[in-house]
Design a protein around this ligand. Sequence first.
Ligand code: COA
Length: 198
Amino acid sequence: MGPRRQFTVKELSLSTWPAFEKLAIKQGGCWCMFYQRPKPVGKGSSIEEWKKINRKDKETLVRQGRSRAILVYDDKTPVGWCQYGTRDELPRIDAGRGYRKVRPLVKEEKIWRITCFFVDKDYRGQGVSKIALHAALESIRNKGGGIVEAFPVVSKKMAAVPEWRWFGTPNMFKRERFKPVAPLGTSGLLMRKTILPG
Ligand SMILES: CC(C)(COP(=O)(O)OP(=O)(O)OC[C@H]1O[C@@H](n2cnc3c(N)ncnc32)[C@H](O)[C@@H]1OP(=O)(O)O)[C@@H](O)C(=O)NCCC(=O)NCCS
């Protein structure tokens, strides 16, 4: 067996945007925009037009400092990401029917969300998403902490398909001491963890 890979992490920013672009193109064009929008856009657009809208909107948000993610690198190659952000930056979660039932529990506290993971096919099963999650939580701590929400997939049928695992698994969050709060429909679970300022 060769030496274990040493992965490194960086925040998504204008300087890491080209690395994110490279990986996002491999992912196929969603650009992690879904949860950043309160409502869908691009109705009636072709898939190619929709991908272009997503890419442009994502770059704008990154320029404005309103899109956060941890990028994981193998040397200089970007191999995965974990999108995180505040409630305002990831507002689509608020529209979920299951979520609306439990949201009042949180009141006015500062809420963070972990909404999306992506790992390059060649790097899956090596703990890249765990590294990304841990780094995102450290980042949240350094930004003052708060209540962090996760929405892992519990449906076995969905979890068996990598493309449906973008929210991560309950175990990934249990290992980081998140606690289950409430089911989100039949496929998801709301989990939360409080992070004190670092
Ligand atoms: C979900 C995903 C991020 C996991 O990344 P990863 O780095 O391979 O995951 P890890 O090695 O850290 O393991 C995380 C969990 O996934 C499980 N897993 C990883 N590869 C798996 C596979 N091929 N089959 C089943 N489970 C698998 C691990 O067992 C682990 O489960 P556990 O937490 O219950 O122990 C990855 O599969 C992926 O990128 N899928 C595509 C998601 C996507 O399309 N995102 C973009 C949407 S915008």
